[in-house]
Design a protein around this ligand. Structure first.
Ligand SMILES: Cc1ncc(COP(=O)(O)O)c(C=O)c1O
Length: 348
């Protein structure tokens, strides 16, 4: 009953096998092996565009270095008030870019385009005292399990582009969002105006595989230096490549995300039928937020269920009653129907 996070799950056997298959022999280091090249080409096929790819170790590194690559002195990056970059990366984006974040409100974990435009207007390019607008970042799927529609991404991109700002997407759960929308990687990114993507594989069945994707390789030249200076250039990069190779083989990455989202669907419908429990807000990816009696949460924990109690969003102070708690449940490629059924039985 592991619902604490999708990164509590191990690695998928096909990815593990692919990694092992590469473990013998020799190959050029530092991202120059044939396998690295093959996987870079695969990324270009998947995105239907020639892209530049940079493997890094963590999602935080992908976000921080992506944002560092578009900064300028006094730069401000705009993100949602509950964004991972603002809440969960210990200031790493600010540290690596010498810039700072400005948060923007918005319902359902998504930036409100009007609020974004208003916030950007407070940091004009000649505002030497306040700092100047430099970039916008959104998270897809969001930190609270919701997913931006294509129209919603268009609206954010329009606000960014109207001010000449690059748009970054934190895709730690890119595959979950993609299958939830039933669209293509190209449609969800560069065709909407996304310039740089943090493409996550770790949460969806890899051991440790994250990539920064530049949709205009001409803008990626500095990233070679930014990544190396941040100590994120893997010498045995082929082992990151081999994970992605297995991940993309025969659409495995999409199958794993569909499974994970499907388990979340099962959890959602079970919670709706569980006396005393209710969904905190509608989610469509692999994260489920539920309001349950504190006593039920305690019983489930005592029976071995793993999940996090979640802070109440500042925008919804009355969300939870005094004898209730908000919990986050995350499914993964490794979640089974039995895990879900056992968890629901514990709560009931
Ligand atoms: C939305 C989001 N972005 C990025 C990350 C990447 O984090 P990490 O640096 O732990 O790989 C996470 C992981 O929890 C996340 O939820």
């Amino acid at each position: 009953m592991f619902f604490a996070s999708d990164n509590w799950a191990g690695a998928h056997s096909k990815i593990a096998e692919r990694l092992l298959a590469e473990s013998g022999g020799f190959a050029t280091a530092y991202g120059l092996s044939e396998l690295d090249r093959k996987v870079e080409t695969k990324f270009s096929e998947i995105f239907e565009l020639d892209v530049a790819i940079f493997f890094v170790a963590t999602g935080s590194a992908a976000n921080s270095l992506s944002l560092a690559s578009v900064q300028k002195p006094g730069g401000i990056t705009f993100c949602h008030s509950e964004a991972h970059v603002a809440e969960d990366e210990c200031g790493s984006p600010d540290f690596f870019s010498s810039a700072r974040l400005a948060t923007v409100s918005g319902a359902a974990g998504k930036i409100d385009p009007g609020a974004l435009a208003a916030k950007i207007a407070r940091f004009p390019q000649d505002a030497v005292h306040h700092g100047r607008a430099a970039a916008v970042t959104i998270t897809q799927a969001t930190e609270i399990g919701t997913v931006y529609s294509l129209d919603e991404i268009d609206a954010i991109a329009a606000a960014a582009k109207a001010n000449g700002l690059p748009l970054h997407m934190d895709g730690a759960r890119f595959a979950n969002a993609l299958v939830a929308l039933g669209t293509t990687p190209a449609e969800m990114t560069w065709k909407r105006g996304v310039d740089i993507l943090s493409f996550g594989g770790t949460k969806n069945g890899c051991w440790c595989a994250e990539a920064i994707v530049f949709f205009d390789p001409g803008k990626a030249k500095e990233m070679h230096f930014i990544r190396k200076r941040a100590a994120q250039l893997f010498s045995k990069s082929r082992f990151i490549a081999s994970q992605f190779d297995g991940y993309f083989q025969d659409g495995l990455w999409l199958d794993l995300a569909r499974h994970s989202n499907g388990m979340a669907d099962r959890l959602r419908s079970g919670l709706e039928k569980t006396h005393g429990a209710r969904l905190a807000w509608p989610t469509t990816s692999n994260e489920v937020f539920a309001i349950v009696p504190k006593s039920s949460a305690k019983t489930a924990e005592d029976k071995g269920a793993k999940f996090y109690e979640w802070p109440i969003p500042e925008s919804q102070p009355g969300l939870v009653g005094s004898d209730e708690t908000l919990i986050r449940l995350v499914t993964s490629f490794a979640t089974t129907e039995a895990h879900v059924a056992n968890f629901l039985a514990c709560l009931a």
